[in-house]
Design a protein around this ligand. Structure first.
Ligand SMILES: Nc1nc2c(c(=O)[nH]1)N[C@H]1C(S)=C(S)[C@@H](COP(=O)(O)O)O[C@H]1N2
Ligand SMILES: [Mo]
Length: 326
């Protein structure tokens, strides 16, 4: 007998990792089998493989990008790795889902609402957000809570420069960011995986730190949708989930905001989410990480405190117990 479950589409946060591990394994198996499959398919049905591959999105160079500060000297991951292994639950929970499905997001025209404790609130067009800022390339290490890492040449400008333009009041102690909410464009929002829209937050001094980047591109080109177009945050010393994508609202607050992952699993995802090898995730260790692209069987690297950016940011947390404030 078929039992109809009303909650079939609801995924608990505790299930997500298992699904991801499963999906990774499936991807790995698929990759291993790809050549054999491709060979077989090209003999049997020439059109088959091409029809199931995602359409390559148009790629556009951003003019006038200068090398920026704080760049890592490690060789970046490939464009292919960075754009095909993504987390963007608005387009599905699998790492390959965003590349396949994020084309439904319309990134022009785009507005960002600015609210809360600021002298200059309002709805800003993307063009007005970008206009005064010089764009720079910064090669940053990026570390996900699920123990993989990569190195990405982002294109962006310091968030601090943008915040100054809005003139926060003395009451502004935190900044909250919100992703677009539109289940038509973001079909993942039709399922109650998270309490949509996705939100994240930073303490004001974290937001003003020169490492914190508003990102509009990668590899010198306009950001692909799956990586958070048209505007996303990159906070390189924190786990990936703090780096919110496709930002539609920025709100300045006196009270600490509650971010989406914190709301869905407060024991697993803290507000600070600083990369910290000594604070384990309740279900796995954070002491080591696997560099994406290094191969499934390559030895793992030791995770660095603050993802290697301790020199720039450790002072923000002096006197704080980072086990409690994880
Ligand atoms: N709106 C939104 N932002 C998001 C996410 C998401 O699901 N939705 N995933 C986060 C997580 S867990 C990670 S690791 C990074 C992944 O960024 P990338 O896909 O560009 O590597 O985006 C973060 N920002
Ligand atoms: Mo992540």
């Amino acid at each position: 007998m078929l039992i109809k479950r009303k909650d079939r589409n609801i995924i608990l946060p505790s299930e997500i990792t298992d699904r991801e591990v499963y999906a990774q394994r499936r991807d790995f198996i698929r990759q291993t089998g790809r050549f054999a499959l491709a060979a077989a398919a090209s003999l049997a049905a020439p059109g088959l493989i091409a029809a199931t591959l995602p359409q390559p999105a148009p790629r556009a160079k951003i003019p006038g990008v200068k090398p920026g500060r704080f760049s890592s000297t490690t060789t970046p991951n490939t464009y292919q790795d960075i754009t095909s292994y993504c987390n963007f639950y608005e387009f599905g929970t699998g790492k390959r889902d965003p590349e396949r499905h994020a084309h439904t997001l319309k990134t022009r025209p785009w507005q960002v609402r600015v609210e809360g404790e600021v002298e200059k609130p309002g709805a800003y067009d993307l063009e007005d957000i970008l206009k005064p800022h010089a764009l720079e390339e910064r090669i940053y290490r990026f570390r996900c809570v699920e123990a993989w890492s990569m190195v990405v040449p982002w294109v962006g400008f310091p968030l601090a420069d943008l915040i100054k333009r809005f003139q926060p009041t003395s009451k502004a102690k935190y900044v909250e960011f919100t992703t677009l909410y539109d289940p038509e464009q973001m079909p993942g929002q039709r399922r109650a995986i998270l309490d949509w829209p996705y939100t994240e937050g930073l303490r004001m001094d974290e937001a003003m730190n020169p490492l914190t980047l508003m990102v509009v591109g990668l590899y010198g080109e306009v950001l692909p949708n799956q990586n958070g177009a048209p505007l996303r945050l990159i906070v390189p010393w924190k786990y990936g989930f703090k780096s919110i994508k496709s930002i539609a609202k920025i709100r300045f607050t006196e009270q600490r905001p509650v971010s989406s992952w914190e709301r869905s699993g407060p024991r697993e995802y803290g507000f600070y989410a600083n990369v910290n090898p000594t604070v384990d995730h309740p279900r796995w260790s954070q002491a080591r990480e696997r560099r994406l692209g290094a191969g499934f069987f390559a030895p793992k690297d030791k995770t660095k405190m603050f993802n290697g950016y301790a020199e720039q940011v450790a002072h923000l947390y002096t006197g704080m117990d980072l086990r409690k404030n994880f």
